[in-house]
Design a protein around this ligand. Structure first.
Ligand code: ATP
Ligand code: MG
Length: 214
């Protein structure tokens, strides 16, 4: 199974969410991470993890789309590949979008996030036309101000587009989230039962439902 954190906009939380999903879902089935980001954020985090004496995650890198395609060919339902795609549009990222069983797109509630999502919708439209099927990504609000209760016009845009499905889980801005990644841990390993941990576990439950590992 292939799950991709995908959005051509940078800094929305793709790597952070990929990391925590990998940690929590590895309790259910073997998980490997594909780091497609040129910044290699998760590769660095994984090295910190190893230096801290923890078992690193299996992490794969590919030089080109052909290598990624070969990996996708070998995919099976008994393992989960989590792809952290870069915050840009590329052949690599487009291949990951098309090949995924589940796409997750983090967004915030800022005005630029709506513009970013509109641009991303264009990419999904183009790929849907090529594939002759509607490609839909699951949009999750991330890094939201903990006090925020109304999500504004971005929700309307998401709900009206056939390329987006709004997830019920919401991830708020939590200092523990950034700190845990900094020491090579998931939020669950860093501060279990914290608010952030409960929010990420709720997201994992939603993902489990969607990919059928309940
Ligand atoms: N829920 C959260 N609470 C607090 N900080 C967060 C949260 N989600 C993400 N961040 C912080 O926001 C920043 C961007 O997150 P991240 O690197 O995961 O985004 P990205 O989409 O992978 O970016 P890029 O496209 O550049 O790879 C990081 O500093 C991260 O620690
Ligand atoms: Mg990233």
């Amino acid at each position: 199974m292939i799950l991709t954190l995908s959005h051509q906009k940078g800094g929305v939380g793709k790597s952070t969410i990929a990391w925590n999903l990998a940690a929590n879902l590895s309790a259910d089935l073997p998980v490997r991470i594909v780091d497609l980001d040129t910044q290699r954020s998760l590769t660095v985090t994984n090295a910190i993890r190893r230096d801290q004496g923890m078992e690193p995650f299996e992490m794969l890198h590919f030089q080109n789309a052909v290598e990624l395609a070969a990996h996708i060919e070998e995919d099976s339902d008994r393992k989960l590949t989590i792809i952290d795609s870069g915050g840009f549009d590329s052949a690599f990222n487009r291949l990951a979008i098309v090949a995924s069983d589940l796409l997750i797109t983090p967004v915030s509630d800022k005005p630029f996030d709506l513009m970013g999502l509109q641009k991303y919708e264009e990419i999904l439209k183009t790929l849907s036309e090529i594939q002759e099927e509607t490609i839909t990504t699951n949009v999750v609000f991330n890094n939201l101000n903990p006090a925020l209760r109304r999500f504004g016009e971005i929700v309307d845009f998401v709900c009206l587009s056939e390329h987006f499905e709004l997830m019920t889980s919401v991830l708020r801005q939590r200092v523990d989230v950034a700190n845990s990644v900094g020491v090579g841990k998931s939020i669950r390993e860093y501060r279990r039962f914290s608010r952030a941990d409960r929010e990420f576990e709720a997201l994992c439950d939603e993902v489990r439902q969607k990919i059928g590992i309940v």
